[in-house]
Design a protein around this ligand. Structure first.
Ligand code: URA
Length: 194
């Protein structure tokens, strides 16, 4: 099976998931979207209102900002893959509970296994925190590192501030844009085996 076929199959399973209570309060599952062959995988936190309405990740204000940043490095949505740690919108956009995060986590593990990206870019502290509970985003952002994790393997990770958090915060916004611009160089280094 191609990666696309594998992801389509996984999306179909995800759309039937009722492993936690979130599915009963949201409109639809938001599995993720993008290029199944992507080298860059962006991982946000959870769908918001717009995402719940459309079934697509990052389509609200944060998504527009993300698209702008992709443009600055000459990338489009179709070049990358975007998913979230949590696939169903929590009511009123509350933080997901640790139980909800654990219940949803195997979906993301399977997405990562299929896509097999060169670099995993975490967006925001909740996304970083699920991969690396002891890391602080204020210290980790903008520095690529390679780590091995159970069911995820040895991969390069790169933490960024969340576009929604940075949208209206001048200095965080500048930091995020600066960190984002480094992605192509980091990818180039990975591909050159440096
Ligand atoms: N914020 C996220 O973390 N994910 C989305 O899909 C939208 C907003």
């Amino acid at each position: 099976m191609t990666k696309k076929e594998q992801l389509d199959q996984l999306d179909a399973l995800m759309s039937m998931c009722s492993n936690c209570a979130l599915r009963s309060s949201c409109l639809r599952v938001v599995p993720g979207e993008g290029n199944p062959e992507a080298k860059i995988m962006l991982i946000g936190e959870a769908p918001g209102k717009k995402e719940d309405e459309t079934g697509r990740p990052f389509v609200g204000a944060a998504g527009k900002f993300l698209d702008e940043m992709l443009g600055t490095v000459k990338l489009k949505r179709e070049d990358i893959y975007i998913a979230n740690v949590i696939k169903c919108r929590p009511p009123e956009n509350r933080d997901p509970t640790p139980e909800e995060i654990e219940t949803c986590w195997p979906w993301l593990e399977q997405q990562i296994e299929i896509i097999d990206p060169e670099i995993i870019v975490t967006l925001g502290r909740h996304s970083l925190g699920r991969f690396f509970p002891n890391m602080k985003i204020s210290e980790t952002h903008g520095k690529a590192f390679r780590k091995e994790l159970p069911n995820i393997g040895k991969r390069v990770f790169y933490a960024l501030y969340h576009p929604a958090a940075a949208l209206y915060n001048g200095s965080m916004r500048e930091t995020l844009i600066k960190d984002f611009r480094r992605i192509p160089k980091i990818l180039e280094k990975i591909e050159n085996g440096k």
